[in-house]
Write a protein that binds this ligand. Structure first.
Ligand code: ZN
Ligand code: FE
Length: 243
């Protein structure tokens, strides 16, 4: 049975992902920046949260850890390299580790740069990716604790995943990203079309996430950067881009 995935809008522009395995009955919440909407959603569905997976230590991804753990006794999986910043963690993971949701295995990919220990969770079977703040729709995370070279390598690695891979980003940043993307590649029709779609969706209050690896390869200027230098130039330009 496929996993069921529910989007929970939280804080200003975060998405928290609730992933339920109907076969085992286990449920994991990915990057709970807050607890209340997560506990409410799980209760409404009759799902018991057994696990929390964190991609990185930022409070908008871990702020709900303690309260969810207290309410559900969920175990918390977090990057080993950020153990000191995620004191609620029960299991520490690093590159190549496997985390299970029922019989579904997710591989841990180290994707440092937004934070030094940032990880991405990848279900190869089922083609699902939880990249936290590494990959966004038409964008990528800011380089708070790492280099352009690291982020470029992360995105090249994710770009090599099957194009149908569903990408569950942690923020709704797509409209601002799309505007910057079109300014970078004004002749790219796929970007222009996607900007129109995103404008319409956001005008109607609709989410633009999940995305797919294939869509990102076609329209994400950071994924499409052909060198570290070009990536670095685009990342700096986006940081200074209005809106
Ligand atoms: Zn972050
Ligand atoms: Fe974040």
């Amino acid at each position: 049975m496929p996993l069921e995935i529910i989007r929970i809008p939280a804080l200003t522009d975060n998405y928290i992902w609730l992933v339920h395995d109907p076969a085992s009955g286990d449920t994991v919440v990915v990057d709970p920046g807050e607890a209340d909407p997560v506990l409410a959603e799980a209760a409404a569905r009759g799902w018991r949260i057994g696990q929390i997976w964190n991609t990185h230590w930022h409070p908008d991804h871990t702020g709900g850890n303690a309260a969810i753990k207290e309410a559900t006794a969920a175990t918390i999986t977090a990057p080993a390299a950020e153990a000191d910043r995620i004191p609620t963690a029960d299991r520490l993971v690093a590159e190549g580790d496997t985390v299970m949701l029922g019989d579904h295995a997710a591989t841990v990919l180290e994707t440092p740069a937004h934070t030094a220990g940032h990880v991405t969770y990848h279900f190869a079977d089922g083609a699902l990716l939880f990249p936290g703040d590494t990959l966004f729709a038409m964008g990528c995370g800011r380089l708070f604790e790492g280099s352009a070279g690291q982020m470029h390598a992360n995105l090249q690695r994710l770009a090599a995943l099957p194009p149908e891979t569903m990408v569950y980003c942690a923020h709704e940043y797509t409209l601002a990203n799309a505007r910057y993307a079109l300014s970078t590649e004004p002749g790219n029709a796929a970007i222009a079309d996607r900007l129109s779609e995103v404008e319409l969706a956001r005008m109607n209050g609709l989410p633009t996430i999940p995305t797919t690896i294939g869509e990102e390869c076609a329209t994400n200027p950071f994924m499409r950067a052909v060198s570290v230098a070009q990536f670095a130039e685009r990342r700096a330009a986006k940081d200074a881009f209005p809106g």
